[in-house]
Design a protein around this ligand. Structure first.
Ligand SMILES: Nc1nc2c(ncn2[C@@H]2O[C@H](COP(=O)(O)OP(=O)(O)OP(=O)(O)O)[C@@H](O)[C@H]2O)c(=O)[nH]1
Length: 203
């Protein structure tokens, strides 16, 4: 019998400006809590959570990177081995949205070209402070062939959905790759689009 206690292992890396809520999203998902007075991440942090999807055990290795510019050279080295990237911004902070093209350049430069990327607008509990309209973010995500989801780490809105839908998509891709026997591996530089995930609707 195998010593491994899971069917799949995926690496998910969170990136985005400082203060958008990456650490809170990870803590909410892995520990079910919203940490009071969450300090800035130094370098990179990581957590593990194993979930069961349709009878298969999926181990998620979740890497939480520091948004601050001065850690960029450390965090870049985590992109390459990522199966999925969660590009996060704060819906109450126009600046964090305006920086997205910069993050996309980082992804293009450092991530592998099969990486699955999802754009997340966090802090939807602060609706009255919203600076980035949902439609604008959806249009941006669509133009970049990314999925889009809005979350609240504080209120636990869409946080489970974010990670579980990603896990479903990664399983689907892993199965597809096995079937294709790598015949249809994307050409270098070719982006990866994913269709929206209804396979694991959990609500
Ligand atoms: N209202 C609200 N506040 C949030 C939410 N998520 C995070 N915050 C707050 O936003 C601040 C930054 O959260 P972090 O999770 O540390 O942000 P980060 O993106 O990990 O920041 P860096 O580690 O510096 O890159 C904290 O004060 C959190 O309490 C949310 O969903 N709603």
């Amino acid at each position: 019998m195998s010593m491994e206690d899971y069917d799949y292992l995926f690496k998910i890396v969170l990136i985005g400006n400082a203060g958008v809520g990456k650490t809170c999203l990870v803590r909410r998902f892995t520990q079910g809590l919203f940490p009071p007075g969450q300090g800035a991440t130094i370098g990179v942090d990581f957590m593990i959570k194993t979930v069961e999807i349709k009878g298969e055990k999926v181990k998620l290795q979740i890497w939480d990177t520091a948004g601050q510019e001065r850690f960029r050279s450390i965090t870049q080295s985590y992109y390459r081995s990522a199966n999925a990237l969660i590009l996060t911004y704060d819906i109450t902070c126009e600046d964090s949205f305006r920086c997205l093209p910069e993050w996309l350049r980082e992804i293009e430069q450092y991530a592998n070209n099969q990486v699955v990327t999802i754009l997340v607008g966090n802090k939807i509990d602060l609706a009255e402070k919203r600076e980035v309209l949902r439609q604008r973010a959806e249009d941006f995500a669509e133009a970049q062939s990314m999925l889009y989801l809005e979350t609240s780490a504080k209120e636990s809105d869409n946080v489970e959905k974010l990670f579980l839908d990603l896990a479903c998509e990664l399983i689907r891709e892993a199965k597809q790759n096995k079937l294709d026997n790598n015949d249809t591996a994307p050409m270098p530089g070719e982006g990866k689009t994913i269709s929206y995930l209804s396979c694991c609707s959990l609500n």
